[in-house]
Design a binder for this molecule. Structure first.
Ligand code: KIV
Ligand code: NA
Length: 277
């Protein structure tokens, strides 16, 4: 199987064929999403919350993200791999952004990097593109700066706020990004944006008009406890299946049903007698 190219993704968009993106965070989840036939895999900094147990995406470090991202790379062949640059690893200067993105490429084999927001991130995006690094922009709800946005809530709910999201998207497109993620905005904002852009737009909580959709692996498979955002649809209940499996194992250890003879090694003929002497 050959790796998809950005040209293949653009061709899907141009043909009106929906683009499927999902997150993954380790070798088995990468193999699972590859087997399911997705187009794009993001090692999201959502890893901070769903894999590492932090309360937000802010604390996760570049080294933590690189370890997870390199494991995903080892499990993927065909989909394009996007590395999410964590909070604090790209904002301060173009030089810092380029150095961090180069680590994701050299140490974790990503095809593209994703950075959040408009504002100063537009300049960082331009610098990365000029350095030959393909970039995914991310507008609307940007979790790394959610505090400044008033929390984890939909963005662009007034005409002015919607225009600000659209302006960020257009500025990123002008800076040369290859793709946009639009998170948690009313469908009308995405509908207004689509005719203005000619790069693939991947939505998450952004309605049905985007060129593709992305969801977090743990959300769509029902792996973690607790509630999820309005836009999450659960396609499986792996947490319940996993608890049932581990509980059955615990029960069988406690009642002696496991291990059975078929799970046990035996000595060759005669050796057991010699052992007893
Ligand atoms: O970190 C993440 O998983 C993301 C997607 C939800 C777009 O940024
Ligand atoms: Na992210």
């Amino acid at each position: 199987t050959k790796r998809l190219t950005l040209g293949d993704i653009a061709a899907k968009r141009d043909a009106g064929e929906p683009i499927v993106m999902v997150t993954a965070y380790d070798f088995p989840s990468a193999q699972i999403v590859e087997a399911a036939g997705v187009d794009l895999v993001l090692v999201g900094d959502s890893a901070a919350m769903v894999v590492l147990g932090y309360d937000s995406t802010v604390p996760v470090t570049t080294d933590e993200m690189l370890m997870l991202t390199a494991a995903v790379r080892r499990g993927l062949t065909r989909p394009l791999l996007i590395g999410d640059l964590p909070f604090g690893s790209y904002e301060a200067s173009d030089e810092i952004a380029i150095a961090t993105a180069q680590r994701f490429i050299k140490e974790a084999g990503v095809d593209l990097v994703k950075i959040e927001r408009g504002g100063t991130t537009v300049e960082r995006a331009r610098a990365l593109v000029n350095a030959g690094i393909p970039v995914v922009g991310h507008v609307g709800l940007t979790p790394q700066t959610a505090t400044a946005l008033g929390g984890y809530r939909a963005q662009g709910r007034t005409a002015e706020a919607a225009q600000a999201v659209i302006d960020d998207a257009l500025a990123l497109q002008a800076a040369g990004v290859s793709m946009l993620v639009v998170e948690a905005v009313p469908s009308e904002v995405t509908a207004a944006l689509m005719p203005l852009v000619d790069i693939p737009v991947i939505g998450i909580g952004a309605g049905a008009d985007a060129d593709g959709q992305v969801l977090v692996f743990h959300d769509l498979l029902g792996i973690h406890a607790g509630g999820a955002a309005k836009f999450v649809k659960r396609y499986a209940d792996l947490r319940t299946a996993a608890i049932d499996g581990v509980r059955s194992y615990a029960d069988e250890v406690r009642d002696g049903a496991y291990p059975a003879p078929e799970h046990s090694y035996r000595m060759p003929e005669g050796e057991a007698a010699r052992l007893k002497g």
